[in-house]
Write a protein that binds this ligand. Structure first.
Ligand SMILES: Cc1cc2nc3c(=O)[nH]c(=O)nc-3n(C[C@H](O)[C@H](O)[C@H](O)COP(=O)(O)O)c2cc1C
Length: 323
């Protein structure tokens, strides 16, 4: 996969499942990351072809719990992001998905207690030997590109040193979220510190942080010199941020997301979460609509809420015809 001059959908837990990734790609995203999935979870799974949906499902063995769903439409641009703290476990996990995705990425930026206590996410940033071990193990054993996503360290000098070590592992690209571990989302992303990394590396850098409009893709690239730009919240609120023609009304995007959730049988909790994030940004959670989402227990409930019952029934009929 080529990581230059790309507009990238960032990994987002709960948000970045198949319907959202396909939506972002339809609007113009060149590369779409899936939500982070922990290796411990993945190694308990098996790969199943889902004939009814036309998807590939990674399912927890002995259950119907879908941990990761993908399909051939996105095979050449979807990135599987993993949480790990162990090279061999990371490899076992990656082997389960590597035939169905374009690349594998390791999350080295998550500041949440769950990740840190498991030695994953940002905990890796202070363990360069372990980073080296994980990335070289994946790279030597997989036929697809391997990348990682980091946050900034305390000083720019330290981040550059780490980034150079990461480059030596042979990764295909490095995504940099321009915030430090202790920074909050409202703190401005430090584009100048991303620029320091770009200047020191030869591999493509994907700059991430505070892209909220289509024009910001070029602004962050110009300010950092990065090859590509990645967006999280700006896309979560309105996935049409990727469209060069400008954003569509968020209500239209929201409806399209509901339809895609139905089409790909998305986990309803994830659809509810994503819809609420959109509504909270553009309107309020204190609305009839938001409260009705809260009470919805199924995709059919969401279909009813948005007047998409006919679409829902058509999808179900066509799935049943495939049996
Ligand atoms: C809802 C949500 C979920 C996220 N989940 C992940 C994740 O699974 N893996 C990851 O590396 N970063 C995750 N992030 C961080 C984003 O990928 C991104 O680095 C951060 O939000 C900064 O980009 P932005 O300024 O465009 O929002 C998440 C962010 C949000 C808002």
């Amino acid at each position: 996969m080529d990581y230059r001059a790309k507009h990238v959908l960032a990994p987002m837990v709960r948000v970045g499942t198949l319907p959202f990734r396909l939506l972002a790609a339809e609007y113009g995203a060149d590369i779409t990351y899936g939500e982070e999935i922990i290796d411990h979870k993945l190694i308990k799974c098996e790969r199943r072809i889902n004939e009814r949906l036309g998807s590939v499902d990674i399912v927890e063995k002995g259950t119907e719990i879908v941990v990761f769903r993908t399909c051939k439409q996105e095979k050449d641009h979807v990135v599987f992001q993993m949480g790990t703290s162990d090279a061999m476990r990371a490899l076992r996990a990656a082997e389960l998905v590597c035939k169905d995705v374009a690349a594998v990425d390791v999350n080295m930026g998550c500041p949440k207690a769950f990740s840190l206590s498991g030695g994953m996410g940002a905990a890796l940033l202070s363990k360069p030997d372990l980073i080296y071990d994980i990335l070289t193990t994946l790279r030597r054993n997989l036929d697809i590109p391997v990348t990682c996503k980091i946050r900034l360290l305390q000083s720019s000098q330290e981040t550059v040193q780490l980034a150079k070590m990461i480059e030596k592992t042979g990764v295909s690209a490095l995504a940099v979220h321009g915030r430090k571990v202790a920074d909050r989302p409202r703190d401005p992303a430090k584009w100048t510190e991303i620029a320091d990394i770009v200047n020191a590396l030869s591999i493509p850098v994907i700059a991430n942080g505070d892209v909220f409009e289509y024009e910001d893709f070029e602004r962050i690239k110009a300010a950092t010199g990065a090859s590509s730009a990645m967006v999280a919240r700006g896309a979560m609120w309105n996935a049409s941020i990727f469209s060069p023609k400008g954003k569509l009304p968020w209500e239209d995007v929201k409806r399209e997301y509901v339809r895609k959730s139905i089409l790909w049988d998305n986990e309803v909790k994830n659809s509810k979460y994503t819809l609420k994030e959109m509504i909270n940004h553009y309107s309020s959670l204190d609305t009839v609509e938001a409260k009705a989402i809260g009470k919805s227990e199924s995709l059919f409930d969401l279909a009813k809420l948005y007047g998409e019952e006919d679409y829902y029934q058509t999808v179900i009929r066509s799935r049943n015809d495939k049996l």
